[in-house]
Design a protein. Sequence first.
Length: 131
Amino acid sequence: MSINHLTLLGNLTRDPELRYTPGGSAVCQFGLGLNRRYKTASGELREETAFVEVVVWGKQAEVVAAHMTKGRAVFVEGRLQQDTWETDGGERRSRLKAVAERVTFLPRSGNGAGAAAGADGDEPAWVAEEA
């Protein structure tokens, strides 16, 4: 038995890119920066950032592209997907990406941390879900 479920909370590293497949399905991609703060054994405070590519499909992709911009905090629930391909030179490549099944837009805040009350009023968090 295995479980493929992820939850991520981070900030968009760029504006979402919306496109459509030849069949007419909407697909949106964006980068997500995930910060981790920790103390070393000597007590020094450090921070590291991981970058994850996120893909969203369908109506949810259109909603994300219409309302999200670089720097915005977002909560993503979904799964991991492994893509593999071969380059023109015959080399095999692969990458792991997040496929969002549920995206929650977090309120804007004056300090960029996604606090409950936004700088532009009480902006509620809202959800774009896969249909």
